[in-house]
Design a protein around this ligand. Structure first.
Ligand code: SF4
Length: 437
């Protein structure tokens, strides 16, 4: 369930992760009785290259204030950075943060990872007291640099590590049943799991509604207009009434991603840039009659597929390009939809494989480093691909040549081979061909 977390836009790796890292740093210092006079933040690699467009400095500062992505006021986060720019210095619970101590190092790559940031605690004389580097590994997950990744929300001895094993252990059960058993192995009873799933859906649905009823220009200087409200109006005029089920889904996806681009509250699914795909496909199924139990089944199935992708490839645009973000979300949504449409585990695996296969090689080249173009429309297209993948899988019997495991490994290799220009650095593709000042 950790692949779904309530957070804020516009980026899980560049906004949610840095906020969590900042909070971990100050909480750790406080736990050790450390009261530094001054703080410094160093943003490395992609966090520096596209951090301003992603609200990274404000998010890191919010974390140093002890704010949490789940509960913070989304509008107050960018204001922290604006205030530091305006005043030249902030007081963070008695610790000074001068503007010159927020340092951007786009060429620095720490511990071989594109998304790293370092927090330093300094004495009044500027002597270093403590320094910690964190890696923002995608989906809002962070880990201290140099330490092995501790998978969050994964049982110590998972019952499956590959898609093939998942199908083997399902054996008469659904994939959602297997995912629920994994949650139980983490000590979460059924009631707590359902409560968590319902809260996730409630936040997803709220982000659709807020996105549909918002308008204006998105922040960042690109001049991109929010379009969901106007598109929603156009969909209402399609006759006969109810004849625009799939068009509504496209608007849902764009509405969520406009909320994300505007820095609003969304659910990382499995990342912020891809946050529109799964809510849109669920709401599409809800419009067609999916009930609460079905929504839970959808989310649990999607979790099982997402955990495989995260474990064996990546859900981070900075590591694997957009195939890791929107491609993963599409595979998760295709699996969830196939499950609630009555597919067998083999058909669910097939749908995820189809969805992932047709995102292989997809680059990340956001114009201006903002999660707007191509991201917003891309979520709508991926929602559509998820539905198509589910339909193809359900027409077959689940037997197919290319397995999900093979596609995930191919995605990993393709991401490794991909030039860094196409991995969330805004140095290639649309990012350099679309004029942006
Ligand atoms: S192009 Fe894809 S990976 Fe890159 S920021 Fe947009 S949604 Fe994320």
């Amino acid at each position: 369930m950790e692949l779904f977390s309530i957070g804020i836009g516009p980026s899980s790796s560049h906004t949610v992760g840095p906020m969590r890292a900042g909070k971990r740093f100050v909480d750790g210092a406080a736990a050790d009785g450390l009261r530094p006079a001054r703080l410094r933040v160093r943003l490395h690699g992609s966090l520096a290259a596209t951090g301003l467009g992603h609200g990274t400095p404000g998010a890191a500062i919010a974390g140093l204030h002890g704010w949490d992505p789940v509960t913070c006021d989304p509008e107050a986060v960018p204001e922290l950075w604006a205030r530091l720019e305006r005043l030249g210095e902030l007081d963070i619970n008695g610790m000074r943060l001068p503007r010159e101590d927020v340092v951007f190092e786009p060429r620095a790559r720490h511990f071989g990872h594109p998304n790293a940031l370092t927090f330093e605690a300094l004495s009044a004389d500027g002597d270093p007291v403590r320094s910690e580097t964190y890696l923002s590994i995608g989906g809002g997950f962070v880990q201290p640099a140099g330490e092995p990744e501790i998978p969050e929300g994964v049982a110590p001895d998972p019952s499956f590590e590959t898609a093939d094993e998942l199908l083997a252990v399902a054996h008469g059960r659904t994939i959602a049943d297997v995912a629920r058993a994994e949650e139980a192995a983490l000590g979460r009873d059924e009631g707590a799991v359902d409560q968590g799933l319902d809260a996730i859906w409630k936040a997803m649905d709220a982000s659709i509604e807020q996105g549909i009823w918002s308008e204006g220009v998105l922040p960042g200087g690109l001049g991109a207009q929010r379009r969901a409200k106007a598109l929603w109006k156009a969909v209402q005029e399609i006759t006969p009434a109810g004849g625009a089920v799939e068009q509504r889904m496209l608007v849902y996806a764009m509405a969520v991603n406009e909320q994300n681009a505007g820095g609003g509250r969304i659910v990382t699914a499995p990342t912020n840039g891809a946050a529109g795909v799964i809510p849109a496909v669920i709401r599409y199924a809800v419009d067609e009659g999916l009930d609460q139990a079905g929504i839970r089944q959808f989310l649990l199935t999607a979790t099982a597929i997402g955990s495989l992708i995260k474990a064996h490839a990546s859900i981070s645009g900075a590591e694997a390009g957009c195939q890791g973000e929107v491609g993963s979300a599409c595979a998760m949504a295709a699996a969830g939809l196939t499950a609630v449409w009555g597919g067998t585990p083999a058909q669910v695996e097939n749908a995820a494989e189809i969805a992932m296969e047709h995102h292989l090689g997809l680059t990340c080249d956001p114009v201006g480093g903002l999660v707007q173009i191509p991201c917003i429309e891309r979520n709508a297209v991926a929602a559509s691909t998820a539905v198509t993948s589910a339909r193809i899988a359900l027409m077959g019997d689940g037997v197919h040549l290319v397995s999900l495991d093979v596609v995930i490994e191919t995605m990993r290799q393709t991401g490794e081979d991909m030039s860094s220009r196409y991995k969330e650095t805004a140095e290639g593709g649309l990012a350099v061909n679309v004029p942006y000042c």
